[in-house]
Design a protein around this ligand. Structure first.
Ligand code: CTP
Length: 441
C-alpha cells in the first residue's frame, strides 16, 4: 500500500486546499493529513489563524479525502511521522518548492502546483480589513518597528503616520483629517498627550490602542473607558508584555496555585536612555516608560487595595523626570515592589514568591520567552518555553483587531488593572506617598 502524507493549516478551507488533497490522494492508496496545532502555527509565525484546531480538523474530515488525520505539533515531526506511519510519498503545494527536500532521505517528495488566485490569508483579509493609523511622537526607529510588525498581521493596513508633537489649531485639523482615514488608531505619543488624543479619537468613533499609561490620573482613565463603552468602541492599553505567551502562561500557573499563595512580587525594568536636557520634556520618564509594565503582574495577581511608598531620584524635579523610581506596595496578605529606571541600570528580573515555591523570570523579563518554577526540592523545578513573536507588538495588534471584530474587550488587561496603574502614576505626579532620593550631583 502506498501511503501519502501532506500537511497544512487548512484555515477557512477553500478550493485550493481541496484540489491539493484530491491530487495528494491520487498519488497513492492511503492519505494521511497533518493539521497544524495552534501552538505550532504560532511558533512558526502564523499568528492570525481564524479557526481553532478542532474546526480545521472537522473541515478536512468533511472533505472525505483523508483516510487519517493527525496533528502536527513540533518542528521535526515530519521525519518522525514518515517513519512511524511507513509513508512512501510526502507532498505539499509548490509554494514550498525545495523547502522539504531534506525529506528525500526518508521518502519521495512531490511538490504539486498550487491553485492560483486563492489562499486562507486572502480570505481572512477580505473579511476583516482594518485601517489603523499610527500616531507617533517616538523616535522614527520605534515607529518603523511598529509599522513593520503591523505588516505581519493579516487584515490590518496601516494607512497614515502622523507625528504628534505640536498642540496647535493646525495640528488638531491635521489630527481630524488623519482620523477620518482610519477605523482605529494606535497612539504612541508622549503620555502627557494620551488623554486628549484618546478622547478625541473615541469621540470621532475610532477604536484606540494606546501605549500605557492611558492617562496621568485614574479619573481620566475611568472616563476614557466609560466613553469607549458608551460609544461601543474598543479602548486597549498597549503593554506589550501582557500579550506575550510566556507571561500569560506564568500568570495562569500562579493563579492555579502552583507556587502556593503569593506573598511577594518584585519586578525590575530598566533601560538606559541617552538624552540631553533639551529633549527631556518630550522624553518618557522612568515611571511612565516602565511603571505600567512593572506593575502589571502585581495588580493582576494581588487584590487591588493597597498602601504604598514611592521613592524617586529626579533628573529634573520640576518637570517630574525621574531617573529611577522604587515603589513598595503593601496588600492585605502580600507585599510587592517595583524598580524602574531610565537613568539607573539594574537586573531586569521578575520574582513571584509563594508559600510553596517561586516563579523566576530572567532579564529582560518583560520580553521573555522563558521562565522557571522553582521549589525547595530542585527535582520539582520546571522550565517553560514559549515563543515570543515581534516583542509582543504583533500579538498586541492581533488582540486589538480581534477585539474590534468580536466587539468585545480583550481579556489581557483588566480595566481595574489599568485604573490602578494610572492611580499610582497620578500619586507620583501629585507627590502623594512620594519621597525624594537626594540627587548624587
Ligand atoms: N494550497 C494550494 N493552493 C492554494 C492554497 C494552498 O495548493 N491556493 C496548498 C498548500 O501548498 C499546502 C496546503 O494547501 O500544501 C495547505 O496550505 P495552507 O498553508 O493551509 O493554506 P494557505 O491558503 O496557503 O494558507 P495561508 O494563506 O495562511 O498561508
Amino acid at each position: 500500500m502506498v501511503k501519502v502524507i501532506t500537511y497544512g493549516t487548512y484555515d477557512v478551507l477553500h478550493e485550493g486546499h481541496i484540489r491539493l488533497l484530491e491530487r495528494a490522494k491520487a498519488l497513492g492508496d492511503y492519505l494521511i493529513v497533518g493539521v497544524t496545532s495552534d501552538d505550532f502555527d504560532r511558533s512558526r509565525g502564523k499568528i492570525n489563524v481564524k479557526q481553532p484546531l478542532t474546526e480545521r480538523i472537522e473541515n478536512v474530515r468533511k472533505t472525505g479525502l483523508a483516510d487519517e488525520i493527525i496533528i502536527e505539533e513540533y518542528e521535526g515531526q515530519k521525519i518522525d511521522d514518515i517513519q512511524q506511519y511507513n509513508v512512501s510519498i510526502f507532498t505539499v503545494g509548490s509554494d514550498w518548492e525545495g523547502y522539504f527536500d531534506y525529506l528525500k532521505e526518508y521518502c519521495t517528495v512531490v511538490y504539486l502546483p498550487r491553485t492560483t488566485g486563492i489562499s486562507s490569508s486572502e480570505i481572512r483579509s477580505e473579511n476583516q480589513q482594518l485601517n489603523i493609523g499610527l500616531l507617533g511622537g517616538f523616535e522614527e526607529t520605534i515607529l518603523n518597528k511598529y509599522y513593520q510588525e503591523s505588516t505581519l498581521v493579516n487584515g490590518i493596513t496601516v494607512t497614515t503616520l502622523l507625528n504628534s508633537s505640536k498642540n496647535t489649531e493646525a495640528w488638531l485639523t491635521e489630527y481630524e483629517a488623519f482620523l477620518n482615514d482610519c477605523d482605529a488608531v494606535y497612539i504612541l505619543s508622549h503620555p502627557a498627550r494620551h488623554y486628549q488624543e484618546i478622547k478625541y479619537a473615541l469621540e470621532k468613533g475610532k477604536h484606540v490602542l494606546c501605549e500605557s499609561p492611558l492617562a496621568l490620573n485614574s479619573q481620566e482613565t475611568k472616563e476614557l473607558f466609560a466613553l469607549a463603552e458608551r460609544k461601543q468602541l474598543i479602548l486597549m492599553e498597549a503593554i506589550k508584555t501582557a500579550y506575550s505567551n510566556a507571561y500569560n502562561r506564568l500568570i495562569l500557573l500562579v493563579k492555579t496555585g502552583k507556587i502556593g499563595k503569593v506573598v511577594s512580587i518584585d519586578a525590575t525594568c530598566t533601560s538606559l536612555q541617552n538624552f540631553n536636557n533639551k529633549n527631556l520634556e518630550s522624553s518618557w520618564n522612568s515611571i511612565c516608560a516602565w511603571g505600567p509594565t512593572a506593575m502589571l503582574p502585581i495588580f493582576q495577581l494581588l487584590n487591588t487595595s493597597y498602601e504604598k511608598q514611592i521613592y524617586s531620584l529626579f533628573e529634573n524635579e520640576k518637570i517630574k523626570y525621574d531617573n529611577f523610581t522604587k515603589i513598595n506596595f503593601l496588600f492585605q496578605n502580600a507585599t510587592a515592589s517595583i524598580k524602574v529606571g531610565r537613568g539607573v541600570k539594574s537586573e531586569g528580573e521578575l520574582v513571584i514568591s509563594g508559600t510553596k515555591g517561586y516563579v523566576y523570570v530572567p532579564a529582560p523579563w518583560w520580553k521573555t520567552d522563558y521562565f522557571e518554577l522553582r521549589f525547595e526540592d530542585p527535582n520539582e523545578n520546571r522550565r517553560y518555553f514559549y515563543p515570543l513573536e515581534g516583542e509582543g507588538i504583533r500579538l498586541q495588534l492581533l488582540a486589538f483587531s480581534k477585539a474590534i471584530k468580536d466587539g468585545r474587550k480583550s481579556p489581557y488587561i483588566q480595566t481595574e488593572v489599568s485604573e490602578r496603574i494610572s492611580e499610582v502614576i497620578e500619586d507620583f505626579y501629585s507627590g502623594k506617598d512620594l519621597k525624594i532620593i537626594s540627587s548624587y550631583n
